[in-house]
Design a protein around this ligand. Structure first.
Ligand code: PEP
Ligand code: MN
Length: 628
């Protein structure tokens, strides 16, 4: 009878149900429950027949009870879904109880069996049998074929298959029920082109691990596939009816690639935005810490180091130099975003180890850039702070990935990004779970060509009143020229930034990246002295003395100014007829010194006394200044 001939009085044709394998196999049994079985040699041929309309449904084994997903058929299905925009659906699931027997040609004794033939997933379920028999597993594409093959070859071979297939092939059953999985069943999916009717199973193919975890938590069954060359790791999920809307919402939020088998649920609840943390929330300043490094809420930081990590020696030298200068974190690029694809691209994860060792040697946390989602996990395992570069400021996949990595993230402002867009980009990181976000202005692109970028201090000040997140400035990339860096750094520091990022190199002329904008270590030292940062503990006595000298110069200059002011106040007092000496005022001055110097109050009193005496002298007081 022709398959298209109506068979019943109601004139409904029996569907043609394709399967992979041979008559007598479990797949043939499953296909028989979906329609008239039609055999195909491979899963790919089976699915091609479905797409070509040669069969009405393809019956694929999807999972075994206890032994999980069946990789070969699911991968074939994934390939079709990825390659063709054909809407497929999983119409129903068919569970076929599986009783596997060990069967051999007549005359072969059980203890003589040296080879056991069957399908890979079946062999995996018979590990105990294989071990007990000390037999070599031989893979075939189908259990019924294994039986026929063993019958043909003869000798000390056996097959694991259904009893029916064994008898069909003329084999003798040596042992019954040989699977380790009991009770054993294979679950088949009948896959068809999408129809009007609501399918019984809602399945989807997903690409990323985040979605897998979220769907699993929502109650979906996950059938993971191992990574395939050229494809992202993923798998299938079957979603219970009650969790459809939730799954659709999760899928929309995760932003990972997915294909619904069957129609996607129409009601997708919008993500609950109220719960998303805002960069603009009115709250206490966020203080970001990483080891001894702290920035925000009055804590000020300087991140310094080379543009790119070039060698272990260079990383170590510059780590020592920036620590000595007083920097509070070490930077260094290992993945470099370069304008030209032929420019040095960074030494990658190897260089990250050099940077880590250098940071550890001087006790500084390390900051490095990630350019791609795939870099986030390996970099976050090693680095203390992840940097997102200007070019990736609005790369939302990267922002989400970095935000989920469990490390603080420093987001550079894109050179064409408004303050509002920059803060929104930061919210992607916050929403992904990271509360420790640092914002770094690094120069925007304007009409000006005299500098590499234009350091937008106005924008930074505007951002200050909008966000609780720490704000940093990077004068190096903004200037592009070493000689402009200290001035821009002072301007930003004076404007009240929470921190600076500064590029440093000790041989800028041979630097592999951004040499012209790198400060020399000595220049960094002088600059950080001006900002009152303490030199690192690993520095030399000379280095600390230089910082003391810088402080002394400031004190001397301030003392001179104080004397000048004393002379000025004396003039005003004379003109208004007030007495030169005012002991209540002197007490206030002493208190101020005692307050600032705290535990050194006696010394503070001495310093205050000396200044007051000098002041009185400058004011022309001729009495005994030490008399109170
Ligand atoms: C860097 O910090 O080395 C860098 C590439 O910065 P930006 O992304 O600001 O250009
Ligand atoms: Mn750089």
């Amino acid at each position: 009878m022709d398959g298209s001939t109506p068979e019943s009085a109601t004139d409904v044709p029996t569907p043609r149900a394709g399967y992979q394998g041979e008559p007598g196999s479990f797949s043939a049994r499953a296909a028989a429950r979906a329609g008239r079985p039609v055999a195909h040699a491979t899963f790919d041929r089976l699915l091609r027949a479905l797409l070509a309309g040669e069969i009405d449904v393809a019956v694929l084994p999807a999972a075994t009870h206890g032994a999980g997903p069946l990789v070969e058929p699911l991968e074939a299905l994934a390939r079709v879904l990825e390659a063709a925009a054909v809407p497929l659906e999983v119409r129903e699931e068919i569970a076929v109880p599986v009783r596997l027997v060990l069967a051999a040609p007549p005359g072969v004794a059980e203890e003589d069996v040296r080879e056991i033939h069957s399908q890979p997933p079946v062999l995996r379920q018979c590990a105990r049998l294989l071990a007990r028999r000390d037999a070599v597993p031989v893979e075939t594409h189908d259990t019924a074929f294994a039986a026929r093959r063993v019958a043909e070859l003869g000798g000390a071979r056996a097959a694991v298959c259904s009893e029916e297939a064994a008898l069909e092939a003329g084999l003798v059953v040596l042992e019954e029920d040989v699977s380790d999985v009991k009770p054993n069943a294979t679950r088949f999916w009948s896959v068809a082109l999408r129809s009007e009717a609501e399918p019984a199973i809602r399945a989807l193919l997903f690409s990323g691990p985040r979605l897998a975890a979220a769907l699993h938590d929502a109650g979906a069954e996950i059938l993971m596939l191992p990574g395939r060359p050229g494809a992202s790791v993923g798998g299938f999920a079957t979603v219970p009816a009650g969790a459809l809307a939730k799954a659709a919402g999760l899928a929309a939020k995760a932003g990972e690639a997915l294909v619904w088998l069957g129609p996607a649920p129409d009601h997708v609840p919008p993500p609950r935005l109220r719960e998303a943390p805002r960069a603009t929330e009115v709250r206490a300043a966020t203080v970001v810490t990483a080891g001894a490094f702290a920035v925000g809420g009055g804590r000020r930081a300087v991140i310094a180091g080379p543009c790119a990590v070039e060698s272990p020696e260079q990383a170590m030298r510059l780590a020592r130099a920036v620590a000595r200068a007083g920097a509070t974190a070490l930077r260094g690029g290992v993945f470099k975003p370069r304008t030209s694809p032929t420019a040095f691209q960074g030494h990658g994860l190897t260089a990250l180890r050099w940077l880590r060792e250098a940071g550890d040697a001087v006790g500084l946390p390390i900051v490095t850039e990630v350019m791609a989602p795939a870099q986030v996990e390996p970099v976050a395992r090693v680095a203390d702070v992840l940097q997102i570069g200007a070019r990736n400021c609005q790369n939302y996949d990267l922002l989400r990935e970095a935000g989920a990595a469990g490390r603080p993230v420093m987001l550079k402002r894109g050179f064409g990004t408004t303050i509002e867009e920059w803060l929104s980009a930061a919210e992607y990181i916050l929403t992904a779970g990271c509360r420790d976000v640092l914002l770094c202005e690094r120069g925007i692109r304007t009409f000006e060509r005299a500098t590499r970028g234009t350091l937008d201090l106005g924008g930074l000040l505007a951002a200050r009143s909008l966000t609780h997140l720490p704000l940093l400035a990077d004068p190096s990339h903004a200037a592009g020229r070493r000689e402009l860096v200290p001035g821009l750094a002072r301007a930003a520091w004076g404007a009240g930034v929470d921190g600076l990022m500064i590029e440093v190199h000790d041989a800028p002329e041979s630097a592999l990246c951004d040499g012209p904008q790198a400060l020399l270590p000595d220049d960094l030292e002088m600059l950080l002295d001006e900002f009152g940062l303490l030199p690192g503990r690993t520095g030399s006595v000379e280095r600390v003395r230089r910082a003391i000298d810088a402080v002394d110069s400031s004190i001397a200059a301030l003392a001179a100014r104080r004397l000048e002011l004393c002379r000025r106040v004396a003039e005003v007092k004379k003109a208004t007829g007030r007495p030169i000496r005012d002991e209540a005022r002197e007490a206030t001055v002493r208190e101020r010194f005692a307050e600032t110097l705290g535990k050194d109050a006696t010394k503070a009193a001495g310093l205050a006394d000396a200044l007051i005496a000098l002041g009185l002298e400058a004011e022309g007081w001729e009495g005994d200044a030490t008399r109170r």
